[in-house]
Design a protein around this ligand. Structure first.
Ligand code: ZN
Length: 689
């Protein structure tokens, strides 16, 4: 996922995905496909058997692969996902080349996709035009003309429908406490760095990033022909810093109940009278104003004060900066390089930019028209048989989860019944949507990329506003089918597995069950467990935000998860850089619960079959190695630090070692003893699901 601008994909629902990155995978040209079946199961050659599995299982499974696969210059991380991603991208490129030379009829899927791609790829034209496409939008001109708080409202209501992240975020989404309707949400926003911590952390790297960010602001204005004084840059930064200070941290934002605060327009106006709210809502086209969910009310209160305290010229400069920051990658090569230097080089350790066509695919995949590409992908690259087999695995894993709820010694009967009811109510989506999104009336041209992005934002914004008056569309997907990822959506209590993840190395109908259950099975278990993690467990069987736990069970659950927080807080990924146990709690619970459930589903699949030893490894050992290998990766230090500060997922190594060091099933498979690094002391081990 990009850091800025914010990917459309993740702007909307609180979907809980298995991965942070956008990657894709193609199955039929995989080089291992012709190997003998025994070799196809596991990549034994990737292991480093000189390492003791009792001290570092991740290294034991992947050591040789890691040595042979340093991170390429144009990437910040290299993993199983990237290996397959690189293959699929070549295929997606062919699809895009095909649709971009077609001369298809206006408004057709091919025309939209093809012209969007062409406009992205036409670097000569973009360099030639320079700032012209931006000037045509008048966005900078309006922001420069702000003279009072009314001017701020005018410009805000112009920015938000055009996808510019100024001051706060407005969105339409499913109502978390009444999921038969949509509702408007207001939330904190308006930052150019990833989150609050970046503005206040005192470590050396954060201080350098802040200095580089200020230089970046200055360089981008320069490019636009405006030379800012150091003081002016400080004023822009000062607004962001004040907004960051008023914001909640990422950990605080995990509490969905604390973010559900229904307001009327009048109530919002009472708390923050500096902004003319009725005018703002009218201008953006919001008709149904009866209820607005304010996610961080204290942010909006403070915002009112800030608008009074800070000189109006600071706001004007800041809003010009928001425009430039949003479109940094949409104009000339010079500006693109400037963006790369800060957001990719400094923040993520990349040294070379990806090729244009690769960036085009990543951009489309993160955009609202990603389904157009995914639709073409599954037309040729999806097996209905695989879907049936994965569907069957979901059945088995759900049944095992249900049995395990029966056997939980820490949960009371009433809560167990509710948990089982929730599990039985999970909806599932496999492969690709039953109903494809339509993009009727979306105007995309082949020669003005910036205009295309603005059109896309306006189109999506209007589409969302129209939804307010319509019934919930439960068929909607929040990931395109070609993505190697999966998610749980608590508001609809649904698990979603795109075609991209139902493929080798996650799943192959010819793999032995040990491998399929350790990988695809663990992914399925992971997403199911999200319904019962620290965040998902606050939503009931029908998807509404409600408390279905007895208070006693709720306390016991917190005690159990507290142990995971403490365990992960101890992981030092680099000198002085620790995992944030609270931020990653939901994902760590899901990894732990998911693998446990998948393991027992695998044992069940073994019933009545003959056990086997392959390369000296038992069935159980192969299951754990298969799991250990799917998370193999090499990563640049800058990227690792950025991830620890922004990602809800723990780094791959700890997804393996952290999870396994809590599992007695793993201890017996590899004879892990009390005192070994891969085994937590017994008083720290927790069993949740
Ligand atoms: Zn997850």
């Amino acid at each position: 996922m990009k850091i800025a601008p914010i990917s459309y994909l993740f702007l909307f629902l609180i979907i809980l995905s298995i991965l942070y990155s956008c990657s894709t995978h193609l199955k039929d040209d995989n080089p291992i496909i012709d190997k003998a079946l025994s070799e196809l199961q596991l990549e034994f050659e990737y292991m480093d058997t000189s390492i003791n599995p009792r001290s570092d299982f991740y290294q034991y499974c992947n050591g040789t692969w890691m040595m042979e696969n340093p991170v390429p210059d144009d990437k910040s991380k290299y993993s199983t996902f990237n290996v397959v991603d690189d293959k699929i991208k070549k295929h997606l490129r062919l699809i895009l080349l095909d649709v971009s030379h077609n001369g298809d009829s206006e408004g057709s899927d091919e025309q939209i996709l093809g012209d969007f791609y062409t406009s992205f790829m036409d670097t000569l034209n973009r360099n030639d035009k320079g700032t012209e496409p931006l000037d045509e939008t008048k966005l900078l001109e309006y922001a420069a003309s702000i003279e009072n708080s009314d001017g701020i409202v005018n410009v805000l209501s112009y920015h938000h429908p055009r996808g510019i992240n100024s001051i706060f975020n407005f969105r339409i989404d499913i109502d978390e406490k009444n999921n038969s309707q949509y509702v408007a949400y207001l939330s904190q926003g308006g930052l150019g760095l990833p989150n609050k911590g970046y503005y206040f952390d005192e470590d050396e790297r954060s201080i350098t990033i802040r200095a580089d960010y200020k230089q970046h602001i200055s360089n981008v204005f320069d490019w636009n022909g405006v030379s800012l004084s150091e003081e002016e840059v400080a004023r822009i930064y000062g607004i962001e810093e004040a907004l960051a200070e008023a914001s909640r941290s990422q950990e605080e934002n995990r509490d969905d109940n604390a973010k559900y605060n229904p307001y009327t327009v009048k109530e919002i106006a009472n708390e923050n009278p500096t902004i003319n709210w009725p005018k703002y809502f009218d201008k953006i086209g919001l008709k149904n104003k009866s209820k607005i969910i304010v996610q961080q009310p204290e942010y909006f209160k403070r915002l009112g004060e800030l608008i009074r305290e800070k000189p109006i010229n600071d706001w004007s400069l800041y809003m010009q900066w928001r425009v430039l920051n949003e479109f940094e990658t949409a104009m000339t090569t010079e500006l693109l390089n400037e963006n790369f230097d800060f957001y990719s080089k400094t923040m993520r350790g990349r040294t070379t930019m990806k090729e244009d066509w690769e960036r085009a695919i990543a951009t489309i995949t993160g955009s609202p028209i990603n389904e157009l590409l995914g639709k073409k992908f599954v037309e040729v690259k999806f097996s209905i048989d695989d879907k049936a087999k994965v569907n069957e695995m979901v059945d088995h894993i759900t049944a095992v989860f249900d049995e395990r709820i029966n056997d939980l010694d820490w949960m009371s009967e009433p809560t167990k019944n509710k948990a089982k009811e929730k599990l039985a109510s999970f909806a599932r989506k496999l492969g690709f949507p039953d109903k494809w999104k339509s993009y009727e009336d979306l105007q995309i041209n082949d020669s003005n990329y910036l205009e295309n992005i603005v059109q896309l934002s306006l189109y999506t914004f209007k589409d969302k506003l129209d939804k307010l008056n319509n019934a919930i569309d439960k068929s909607e997907w929040h990931m395109p089918p070609h993505l190697v990822n999966a998610y749980y959506n608590p508001v609809l209590n649904e698990i979603v597995f795109p075609a991209g993840i139902m493929q080798n190395p996650f799943f192959d109908a010819r793999f032995e069950d040990a491998v399929n259950y350790a990988r695809m099975g663990a992914v399925i278990g992971h997403e199911l467990t999200h319904g019962f993690d620290d965040q998902g467990s606050r939503y009931g069987a029908d998807g509404n935000l409600e408390n279905w736990w007895t208070s006693e069970d709720s306390i016991k659950f917190s005690e159990k998860t507290q142990k995971l927080i403490e365990q992960y807080n101890e992981f030092e990924v680099l000198d002085g850089v620790f995992i944030n146990g609270k931020l990653t709690l939901g994902e760590n619970i899901a990894d732990f619960g998911g693998l446990t459930i998948a393991y027992y589903a695998y044992l069940k699949s073994l019933e009545g079959t003959e056990r086997s030893v392959i390369n000296g490894f038992s069935n159980e050992q192969r299951f754990f190695i298969a799991f250990g290998q799917v998370w193999k990766n090499t990563i640049k230090e800058d990227e690792l630090i950025t991830r620890v500060k922004t990602d809800y997922h723990s780094p791959g190594k700890y997804r393996v070692n952290g999870t396994l060091s809590n599992m007695p099933e793993f201890f017996s498979a590899f004879n892990i003893q009390e005192g070994d690094a891969m085994r937590q002391p017994s008083d720290k081990i927790t069993k949740i699901w």
